[in-house]
Design a protein around this ligand. Sequence first.
Ligand code: SF4
Ligand code: SF4
Length: 373
Amino acid sequence: MKEPYPKILTGAYPLGPYPMEKLRQVNEPTTAIVGPIERFDEREHGFNRAARGDYGSRAQHRSSRGYPVSGAVASNYAGLAAMGERAHAAIEETMPPYPLPEDPGILTRHVKSLGYFMGADVVGTCRIPRYTIYSHDSAGNPVENDHPNAVTIVVDQGYATMDASSGDDWISSAQSHRAYTTSAFIAFAVAAYIRKLGYAARVHYSEDYQLVLPPLLLLAGVGEIARNGIVLNPFLGLRFKAAVVSTDMPLEADKPVDFGLQDFCRKCKKCAVECPVQAISYDDEMSVYNGYQRYPFSAERCTRFRLTNPHGSFCGRCIKVCPWNKPAGWTHDLVRWMIQHAPVLNGFFVRTDDLFGYDKANRDRQWWFDPSE
Ligand code: SF4
Ligand code: SF4
């Protein structure tokens, strides 16, 4: 393809299903980095600590995959692992099949478009700071990754099923596995394509990370960090999972975004109220955690409950009740706009959300069977 490039590649048209380009872009993330950030050891992740027995025998031995719907969805991880091995082996077979544009902006929109073509809900790009590379993997091996750029691939867990769910019932782990496997599936295609263009690429997904994903999602403008410590997107809420492709392809980095979440989370606290094990802070002020200024969060309480939940499989109650967990539509688009432009109304929006009962499970839409029935 020669210049002039089509409008879709020059930025004149939006790329994905959500108007991400309309969000206010900022130079620094809204979560302040106030000190040095230590590289994280993957062995200290909640699920790895649980697997070692740190959270007790039940958390150590109970698998979300014992629930049949989750087990079926998670069975796709085996195929993804095989894809990963084949993709790594195929690095030598690559060759640039056509002249590539010199403008990184064109190339970036081209690669993002492939992610959207494959079904991603949001695709972003950013540089990879060294602090986002794990110091060690879950087996204790030192981790290194010298790729400068990341492509973040975000997939919705599905509004209809979340609407039917309480957030901490049996379908919860299947919702997670759905978005983890789908985002990985898309990432493998994107990485394979990048390699066919002659660049290195590696997929980071829930079964095989070298990179810590939340700070990359923050830097790539996917969303802001919420009260419960994870990234919230204004169109999907907290209801998504992600995979990342790291690469040496020259890509243009997106900017972080500011859609007013920090003020909203300070007033809302709904996730803190509804968390079954009170893992989320009610504090008005943030504190410093590994260089980030954020609300305190008990990863141990959360992980322990997700693995031992007596009435379900995993938990995403905070995701379900969050006022940003809404379907697409003009009324909710209007509220999103108001939050950005009239934050004085944020308290009113939180109370209105309670009145409409969005935090309740709409059982008329429940399509899955519960073991306890
Ligand atoms: S996932 Fe469940 S246990 Fe963990 S913070 Fe959210 S509501 Fe609490
Ligand atoms: S429930 Fe409220 S406080 Fe919690 S993440 Fe959502 S907006 Fe923020």
